[in-house]
Design a binder for this molecule. Structure first.
Ligand code: ADP
Ligand code: ASP
Ligand code: MG
Length: 401
C-alpha cells in the first residue's frame, strides 16, 4: 500500500499489445491497493523518427521548434495508455508535462527541471485516478515547451517520485535490470542485484543507456531508491540505492560512449589563464567538456585536447575559431571517430592494479589509447570508435568472466 511511480520506456509501449501489457501491470499495482503515477516515453522509435522528419526540412532546426516537435511523441503515449487503462476498467487520466507541473529552465533540448508543482497530480490521485504523465517534457518561463534531453523520461519519473514522496520508483524497460555491460552487445554480461547511486551515476554518464544520468543524480539527491525491471519478464531487477552490501566485485560495469569528439587547440601560449579562456568560452555556449589533456609546455607553447559531445563539436570549433585572436592558439582540429570506454566500481578504491588490468586487456587486442581519465570509482579511455566493441568485450572478460 502506498504511492508508486512506474515509468515505461519507448519499447515497453511500442504497439497495441505492449500498451495493454503496461496497462495490466499498472492495473495490478492499483488492485494491490496502491496509488499509481505512471510516466511514459514516446512509442518505440518515435523520437528518432521525429528527429529524422525535422532533418528532411532543415539541417539547422530552431531549438524551440525541435522541442515542440519531440514533445508530441510522449503525448501520443499518454493518451493511448490512458485509453487502454479505461478499457480495462481502471479510472485514469493523462497529463502533459506542463499539466503535471514541470517547470524548467530555458535550455531547449537539455532543459533542467526548476520546479515541480504537484497540485494537479495530487488532486487527480485524490479522485482515485491513475495519473499518466508525459515524460521528457516541461514548460519554461515563457510558457514554451522544453524537453529534458534524450532519455529524459527517467528524470521526469524520479522527479515525480521525489516531489510526491512516493514509496517506490520503478523504471520498467526492455532488459531485466542493470547489467555489467550492455546485455545486447555482451551476452556474457550479468545482472546486478544492486548498485549504488554513485556507481550508477558514473555508468549512466559514461554511456550505459539503461538510466539517464540526471535521473540518477536526482535520485541520489532526494534519496529515491530506484528499481530497474523488465516490463516483459516479471523477475527481480536491479535496485539502485545509497549503499549496497559488499559483493566483492572489483568493478560493477563496463560502458561505451560513442557520443564523443576530441578537439585539439594546438600551440596555445603556455601562460596562466589559458584554460580559463578556452573553457569559459565553451561554458558560455552551454557545452559540457569532459576529459582534458594538455601537453607539457615546450618553447612557451602547449597543445590542449578535450572531449565534448559530438553534437556540440562544430559549435565548439566555431566558438574557438572566433576567439583565436584572444586565445592566441594555432590550428584547431576535431576527431569525431572516437569512443570512450570506461570501467566503474567502488571496489577499485581499495585495490591496486585495476588500471593495469584494463590497459593489458586493450594491449592484448592491440588497441591504442588516446586519452585516459580516472576518478575514485572509474577509469575511462578514449580510443578509436572502430575498436570500441572489441575493447568492451576484452575488458569485460578481464574483470568479470
Ligand atoms: P527505455 O526505452 O526503456 O528507456 P533504453 O533504450 O533507454 O530503454 O535503455 C535500455 C537499454 O539500455 C537496453 O536495451 C540495453 O541495450 C541498454 N544498456 C546499455 N548498457 C546497459 C547496462 N549496463 N545494463 C542494462 N542495459 C544496458
Ligand atoms: N522519448 C525521449 C527519447 O527517446 C525520452 C525518453 O525516452 O526517455 O529520448
Ligand atoms: Mg531510456
Amino acid at each position: 500500500m502506498g504511492l508508486i511511480v512506474q515509468k515505461f520506456g519507448g519499447s515497453s509501449v511500442k504497439d497495441r499489445d505492449r500498451i495493454f501489457n503496461v496497462a495490466r501491470i499498472v492495473m495490478n499495482t492499483r488492485n494491490a491497493g496502491n496509488d499509481v503515477v505512471v510516466v511514459v516515453s514516446a512509442q518505440g522509435d518515435t523520437t528518432d523518427d521525429l528527429i529524422a522528419k525535422a532533418a528532411e526540412i532543415t539541417s539547422d532546426p530552431s531549438h524551440r521548434e525541435m522541442d515542440m516537435l519531440l514533445a508530441a511523441g510522449e503525448e501520443i503515449s499518454i493518451s493511448l495508455l490512458t485509453m487502454a487503462l479505461q478499457e480495462l476498467g481502471v479510472s485514469a487520466i493523462s497529463l502533459t508535462g506542463w499539466q503535471a507541473g514541470f517547470n524548467t529552465d530555458r535550455a531547449y533540448s537539455k532543459a533542467r527541471i526548476k520546479r515541480l508543482d504537484t497540485e494537479r497530480v495530487e488532486s487527480e490521485l485524490a479522485r482515485n485516478r491513475v495519473v499518466v504523465v508525459a515524460g521528457f517534457q516541461g514548460l519554461n518561463r515563457s510558457d514554451d515547451i522544453t524537453t529534458l534531453g534524450r532519455g529524459g523520461s527517467d528524470t521526469s519519473a524520479v522527479a515525480l517520485a521525489a516531489a510526491l514522496h512516493a514509496d517506490r520508483c520503478q523504471i520498467f524497460t526492455d532488459v531485466e535490470g542493470v547489467y555489467t555491460a550492455d546485455p545486447r552487445k555482451i551476452p556474457k554480461a550479468t545482472k546486478l542485484k544492486e548498485i549504488t547511486f554513485d556507481e550508477m551515476l558514473e555508468l549512466a554518464s559514461l554511456g550505459a543507456q539503461v538510466l539517464n544520468n540526471r535521473s540518477v543524480e536526482l535520485a541520489k539527491k532526494y534519496n529515491v531508491e530506484l528499481e530497474v525491471i523488465s516490463s516483459i519478464n516479471p523477475v527481480p531487477g536491479t535496485v539502485v540505492k545509497e549503499e549496497t552490501k559488499v559483493e566483492g566485485m572489483l568493478i560493477k560495469g563496463v560502458a561505451k560512449d560513442t557520443d564523443v569528439a576530441v578537439l585539439t587547440v594546438k600551440d596555445v601560449p603556455d601562460v596562466p589563464g589559458m584554460s580559463f579562456k578556452i573553457f569559459s568560452l565553451l561554458a558560455q555556449k552551454n557545452i559540457n567538456v569532459d576529459i582534458i589533456l594538455q601537453t607539457t609546455g615546450r618553447d612557451g607553447r602547449k597543445d590542449m585536447s578535450f572531449t565534448v559531445p559530438l553534437g556540440d563539436a562544430e559549435s565548439a570549433v566555431s566558438a574557438l575559431k572566433n576567439a583565436t585572436s584572444r586565445i592566441g592558439g594555432g590550428d584547431i582540429t576535431v576527431d569525431k571517430g572516437c569512443a570512450k570506454v570506461s570501467i566503474v566500481g567502488a571496489g577499485m578504491q581499495s585495490h591496486s592494479g585495476v588500471a593495469s588490468t584494463m590497459f593489458e586487456a586493450l594491449f592484448n587486442q592491440n588497441i591504442n589509447i588516446k586519452m585516459i581519465s580516472t576518478s575514485e570509482i572509474k577509469i575511462s579511455v578514449i580510443i578509436d570508435e572502430q575498436d570500441a566493441d572489441k575493447a568492451v568485450a576484452a575488458i569485460h572478460d578481464a574483470f568479470i568472466n
